[in-house]
Design a protein around this ligand. Sequence first.
Ligand code: NAP
Length: 266
Amino acid sequence: MKAITYHRYGSPDVLEYEDIEKPAPGDNEVLIKVRAASVNPFDWHFMRGSPYFLRIVAGLRKPKMTRLGVDVAGQVEAVGRNVTQFKPGDEVFGVCREAFAEYARTSESSLVMKPGNVTFEQAASVPVAAITALQGLRDKGHIQRGQTVLINGAAGGVGTFAVQIAKSFDTDVTGVCSTRNVEMVRSIGADRVIDYTQQDFAKGTQRYDLIFDLVATHSLRAYRRVLNPNGTCVIAGGPSQVLAILTSAFEVFVLSPCASSWRPER
Ligand SMILES: NC(=O)c1ccc[n+]([C@@H]2O[C@H](COP(=O)([O-])OP(=O)(O)OC[C@H]3O[C@@H](n4cnc5c(N)ncnc54)[C@H](OP(=O)(O)O)[C@@H]3O)[C@@H](O)[C@H]2O)c1
């Protein structure tokens, strides 16, 4: 089968289009005929080997894993003998490790059925970014109906899911983004939008029960000032991408929490 591979770190020029062996699913795995795969920041970081400390996991001199692609949608081609939820022909989407290829395999638990009214392209754009938003708000932030929620970085890949997920919990949502994205963030459900080029939410009078931070533009002290007593701050990204890449890697390899949460002592 054809696959995108890379054997050294660098710009997109390091990517190669190669013939490699078609994989077979393990006992608990599903083999997917890939119909769409999206490019996640995770792929960018692993292709570049950046930030440098990432190479402790990915390979010091060259990548240990030579394939990319964590978000996938496609049709089930074959299943391992312990797989019970899927059968050949099913349309699925989810998280995997080597989606930039004709076929990809992943564990049964990393996939769900694709709704019929969603295209493969749409489905492939959801997995890691949306899971990050869901884990950050629900699992780490323990979001509750009626809370005031601030999404810092609301216009991005994770932030746009976060705004919509927070609204689905019936909360009052404030999104922070730049001028060009104000209308878009409002259109996906934010009750209020703060344009960070005009206003600093950390200097405002509004208090929040939950801050979901994807850009880490402020100190913990600044967040504390605008958190309600017992409020929670969940951080899933950072300017240097340091925390973000750690959490991304964690999510994909361990399939566990994406984010760090912090509740200031009062
Ligand atoms: N995507 C994933 O699946 C994933 C998973 C785990 C962790 N992460 C991490 O989470 C972070 C966000 O990822 P992403 O994919 O959502 O990135 P993204 O698509 O690049 O979005 C980042 C957003 O941050 C906004 N932004 C920039 N400066 C800002 C500021 N000073 N205040 C508020 N917002 C600002 C930008 O909005 P404007 O364009 O309006 O300036 C941009 O839309 C990254 O650190 C990433 O590594 C991402």
